[in-house]
Design a protein around this ligand. Structure first.
Ligand code: F6R
Length: 242
């Protein structure tokens, strides 16, 4: 696990942007795994700027997002589909038919999970997977206790996750209770993984990620088994590391 501690959030975002651009520029048909949430917002902004300055083109890129809330359609402002449109897809030259987010509002979620896996399989392995880190150690929405061998599946969100994400909704009661998420095994099949964590609220989780034991109680701990993981932190998130 390669750990990079950046001066601040802007540097973290810039560092992550460069890794994404390297992946795009070094593959004919790059496949990216993408995360939503607050942490990668700066990286997406930096990618849009790089696109505008002609340092990168997304025209041959395919993307698969990690997760989506169940019950939210893609027009819903709180859906991750909408987040991706607003934070990246609408502002770069990506083929929107090559951007995939698990569907939050199908009537057969089990089938949707299988279809999502099959679609990823058809595109080959993910070249670079971007991850955030939940305060409880979740990656994607794989909450503590999720077996390491899961593939894309439906999960009940932890109360701590719903509380953490309530800031985007009018009230906690509006935060969906379930989500579709890529599984831990699915994530681990990516060729390269970049995990971003920023801010004081992540410092305990980062300490446990770096120094803790490998256990399903802290899903991100599986990343020690992967041979190409870069953890990019800002100073606050890294403050408990010695
Ligand atoms: C989002 C995702 C989640 C977030 C995590 C951190 O697609 O998969 O695991 O990365 O909850 O969220 P933020 O960045 O908002 O702190």
């Amino acid at each position: 696990m390669n750990i990079i501690v950046c001066q601040n959030y802007d540097h973290l975002s810039d560092y992550a942007k460069d890794l994404v651009i390297n992946t795009i520029n070094n593959n004919d048909k790059p496949v990216l795994g993408l995360a939503t949430g607050s942490t990668p917002e700066g990286m997406y902004q930096a990618l849009i700027k790089a696109y505008q300055e002609k340092h990168v083109s997304f025209k041959d890129v395919t993307t698969f997002n990690l997760d989506e809330y169940i019950g939210l359609g893609k027009e819903d402002p709180n859906s991750y589909h909408h987040f991706m449109d607003e934070h990246l897809f609408n502002y770069v030259d990506i083929d929107q038919n090559e951007t995939f987010v698990p569907p939050g509002n199908t009537d057969n979620h089990e089938q949707a999970c299988l279809d999502y896996e099959q679609n990823m399989h058809r595109h080959g392995d993910i070249d670079l997977q971007v991850l955030g880190l939940g305060v409880n150690g979740h990656i994607g929405f794989n909450e503590p206790g999720t077996p390491f061998d899961t593939r894309t599946h439906v999960i009940e969100l932890d109360e701590s996750t719903r509380v953490a994400n309530a800031r985007f909704f009018d009230s906690i009661d509006d935060v969906p209770t379930h989500a579709i998420t890529m599984g831990i095994e699915t994530i681990m099949e990516s060729k390269q993984i970049v995990l971003l964590a920023s801010g004081d609220s992540k410092k305990e989780a980062v300490q446990r990620l770096v120094n803790g034991e490998e256990t399903p109680d802290f899903p991100a701990s599986i990343l020690h088994r992967h041979n190409n993981v870069t953890v990019i932190l800002d100073r606050d998130a890294a403050s408990l590391l010695s």
